[in-house]
Design a protein around this ligand. Structure first.
Ligand code: PXG
Length: 464
């Protein structure tokens, strides 16, 4: 076979891709017919594809490239680490400096007494760790029947069996089933599900489903509650201000462990180091991944509070771990990423520059005839597409069709803005500058205009 490089014609790369590469969350046959977009290079917030397009990445890859693409420092750290110690495990009473340094740094950054890190290779793996960890904790406490974890419909916690079961997406449950001992309550999505309630009342209403569920199951059977501070993959659903304080109150009242899944909201995305700080959540465990290394290396983990770490640590072996837990190259790269986030004041940039600049322009999108609400926390935003803003109506077409059409226009205009159902979402690299925000917004307006015109021409701008 010829060597496969970026010099091959796009069509040839696409044919090879279709022949041998199974893509995540993708209809293989449909993609094979269409051909995947081939991304070749990236720098800062800009992607290049094999056809010479220069695309602005409004999604930071998959919500992960917080410091932007192409930072040489991380490449140098990786190369140095590979030469010095390319791999060693952290099982069997051994350790190495990158894992020590990264765990200590994370403990310093994390709030409260979240002082201990169990490393994984991804967010999904970390959530699988969490399931086993909270059950093990209650076992040791002499309450082995406390096993059930309460999560939320339309939450996302990964796609391993554990992560996929914690998530509340029926499409995932249908492919392979669910593990036992996980139940779901409603999500705090006021726009779609709030009806006539005020957002504040609806936030309380949805939080109190947790209390109802705990009582129904019996508190003696419930181990933990897990939630994303802001649902990401579910459509950037920002909960009403009343929601998290009420969830916290209920977890405190019943002594239920609280797991904040910070895979997206961690490491600056919401304008603080962690989304829990933005929403005043005091979790016992945080799930982390993505922004931990800005996606330069696959690494995730669980940040664990003193009580759980000490209890589990004193009780003998915790029979759990991954070959790549605390991988030295991934850990060294993550540490360098955290140094850059801190030394270059990137979180301050989000809070004081990028968020305020984008917020005004993002809010102005609601003046577009098909945009209902606009939400933006830090650099995590969504807009709801609707044929009628007053009634918050859904489109007559199947949910997601309009969103898909809008995303296609964005792609055509060299903007990566995703759709989840009929919401459009963004989460650009945290280093995005005001002039780059101008480009993003200009392309978003153009794409919305084109989508709107297309819907009207096709008789699709109608309410259900
Ligand atoms: N928790 C949360 C909150 C996530 O967003 C995971 C766990 C799982 O992480 P890994 O590293 O195992 O993928 C995620 C991942 C999307 C999309 O379509 C979102 C994620 C992954 C893939 C696609 O928005 N989030």
């Amino acid at each position: 076979m010829n060597q496969i490089t970026t010099n091959l014609p796009t069509a040839e790369l696409q044919a090879l891709d279709a022949a041998h590469h199974m893509h995540p969350f993708t209809a293989g046959a449909e993609l094979a017919a269409k051909g995947a977009r081939v991304i070749t290079r990236a720098k800062g917030v800009w992607l290049n594809d094999s056809e010479g397009h220069r695309i602005i990445d409004g999604m930071a890859g998959l919500w992960c490239v917080n410091i932007g693409y192409g930072r040489r420092e991380l490449a140098e750290v990786a190369a140095r680490q590979m030469e010095e110690l390319s791999y060693y495990n952290t099982f069997f009473q051994t350790t190495h400096v990158p894992a020590i340094a990264l765990a200590a740094k994370i403990a310093e950054l994390a709030p409260g007494d979240l002082n201990h890190v169990f490393f994984a290779g991804s967010g999904s793996e970390a959530n699988d760790t969490n399931i086993r960890l909270v059950r093990r904790y209650w076992d040791i406490k002499g309450q082995p029947e406390k096993r059930i974890i309460i999560a939320r419909r339309n939450g996302y916690h990964g796609s391993t069996m554990g992560g996929g079961s914690l998530g509340g997406m029926s499409g995932i449950h249908k492919h392979g089933g669910m593990i036992a001992g996980i139940v779901h309550i409603g999500q705090p999505d006021w726009w779609s599900e709030g009806g006539e309630m005020t957002p504040e009342d609806f936030g309380l209403h949805r939080a109190r489903e947790l209390e109802t569920m705990i009582r129904q199951l019996g508190v003696e059977n419930v181990a933990a509650f897990i939630g994303e501070p802001i649902q990401g993959a579910g459509g950037v659903i920002v909960p009403p201000a009343t929601y998290w304080p009420e969830i916290q109150r209920i977890c405190d009242k019943y002594g239920i462990l609280l797991i904040a899944d910070e895979v997206i909201t961690g490491f600056g995305r919401t304008g603080n180091w962690f989304g829990s700080q933005t929403f005043g959540i005091r979790p016992h465990i945080m799930t982390i991944a993505k922004g931990l290394s800005s996606g330069y290396q696959p690494i995730g983990g669980s940040i664990v509070c003193d009580e759980i770490a000490h209890t589990v640590g004193k009780a003998g072996d915790f029979n759990h771990g991954y070959t790549y837990s605390g991988h030295p190259v991934a850990a060294a790269v993550a540490l360098e990423n955290l140094r850059i986030l801190q030394d270059e004041h990137i979180i301050e940039h989000v809070r004081d520059v990028a968020h305020p600049y984008l917020a005004a322009k993002w809010q102005a999108l609601t003046e577009h005839p098909m945009v209902g609400e606009a939400k933006l926390v830090g650099l995590m935003g969504s807009i709801a597409l609707t044929p009628n803003k007053e009634t918050r109506a859904k489109f007559a077409s199947e949910e997601g069709k309009v969103g898909y059409r809008c995303r296609e226009r964005c792609f055509a205009n060299d903007l990566i803005m995703r759709h989840v159902g009929d919401r459009m979402i963004i989460a650009p690299p945290l280093v995005i500058t005001p002039p780059e925000i101008d480009v993003l917004i200009e392309r978003a307006w153009k794409s919305l205009d084109e989508c709107h015109a297309g819907l009207k021409a096709d008789g699709m701008f109608v309410a259900a």
